[in-house]
Ligand binder design. Structure first.
Ligand SMILES: *Cc1c(COP(=O)(O)O)cnc(C)c1O
Length: 367
């Protein structure tokens, strides 16, 4: 049985999320025996020459995709983005008198900010709470701290579907949670102090967190931390301070290869993502109010399209009929209700076309 003969739904899960079919097929082909190795990637030492090739290939592909300058390096860590939320203040607030700025544009930013008080001072530079986290801030609205250790933001709020269209000018190293929009469009890495992204949304499978770190920040790491929690130890160990998530790193390499060879890199995928998101937002905007989008238009996410219907009782029918039509996991996050369509890089255009047609049809029957 080959993967193509297996029936697959259009899976709109927010994460772990759908993977590119060619990536799944290559995993299937290689899972018993990696070509030239004769053993599975699941079975080889993380210090073997064969795994060196896999790890370096993944790092090189990430650097090439992002156009990463020499000032930065790629690290692979575990513990998801949740651990990063704690590791940042732990490493970069080296004494309790220091302050970190946090721009809170949704639920994940709020969670990140909640970790700071154990290590230093939190300054919430902006909080979108009063408008229900439906937009990204304007530069002039930010209350930044002169001399802050760093400034944190979440480039795409996965639950609210709110995405920054441009980076703020933070005045301190910008630390960005890109868990749900990593590799979604070209970025200028030089503008970032640190980027982190758990892989299970847009760059692979659960288990690895991809980090792009400005090397100069590594010199600032708190040296009183347990070794595993110190970024500089991971850097010195070449992401092999201990056994890394070898399979997850391998999959991230395959996802990057797919982006490079089949999707035209980040410029190509960005165009594809714009096209997909437009299909859904157009249906929302042309539905005469049957569907209401959560985010303001200029903060709309290309990755997570969040909307609701006037009557929440309709949600269950929407979800049930969508499932019957091969489109699953469209239920909104429990904190917001409504519908969330996560359309990361790997969601094919046909899946989004199917959903937009279904939405039009559903609105005309129920409106
Ligand atoms: C999913 C997600 C997280 C949490 O990631 P874990 O790997 O579960 O720790 C953090 N931030 C954002 C923006 C996310 O989408």
């Amino acid at each position: 049985m080959t993967a193509t003969s297996v029936s697959r739904v259009y899976n709109f899960s927010a994460g772990p999320a759908t993977l590119p079919l060619p990536v799944l097929q290559q995993i299937q082909d290689e899972i018993i025996s990696l070509p030239g190795v004769g053993a599975s990637v699941l079975e080889i030492s993380h210090r073997s020459k064969d795994f060196d090739v896999i790890l370096e290939d993944a790092q090189t592909r990430i650097a090439d995709l992002l156009g990463m300058p020499e000032t930065h390096e790629v690290l692979f860590l575990q513990g998801g983005s949740a651990l990063q939320n704690a590791m940042m203040p732990m490493n970069f607030l080296t004494d309790k008198s220091q302050t970190a700025d946090y721009i809170v544009s949704g639920a994940w930013g709020k969670k990140s900010a909640a970790e700071v008080h154990r290590f230093g001072n939190l300054n919430v530079a902006w909080d979108g709470k009063d408008s229900g986290y439906n937009c990204a801030p304007q530069q002039q609205d930010l209350q930044l701290t002169p001399g802050a250790a760093y400034c944190h933001m979440t480039s795409n709020e996965t639950i609210q579907g709110v995405q920054f269209s441009e980076l703020p000018d933070a005045g301190s190293p910008l630390v960005v949670d890109k868990s749900s929009d990593m590799f979604a469009e070209p970025i200028d890495v030089a503008k970032y102090g640190m980027i982190y992204a758990c892989a299970q949304k847009n760059c692979g499978v659960a288990g690895v967190t991809v980090i792009v770190m400005e090397k100069s920040l590594l010199e600032r790491c708190n040296d009183r931390l347990p070794s595993y929690l110190d970024y500089s130890k991971h850097s010195k160990g070449g992401s092999r301070f201990n056994t890394p998530p070898t399979f997850a790193i391998y999959v991230t390499g395959l996802v990057c290869k797919w982006l490079q060879n089949e999707m035209g890199g980040l410029t190509g995928i960005a165009k594809h993502n714009e096209e997909k998101a437009k299909l859904l937002y157009d249906v929302i905007d042309q539905s005469n109010g049957f569907y209401a989008g959560h985010a303001e238009k200029d903060s709309r996410s290309t990755m997570n399209v969040v909307f609701k219907m006037a009557d929440s009782a309709t949600d269950d029918r929407f979800l049930e009929e969508a499932t019957q039509n091969g489109m699953t996991t469209l239920k909104g996050h429990r904190s917001l209700g409504g519908i969330r369509a996560s359309i990361y890089n790997a969601m094919p255009l046909e899946g989004v076309e199917a959903l937009s047609n279904f939405m039009k049809d559903f609105a005309s029957k129920n409106g």
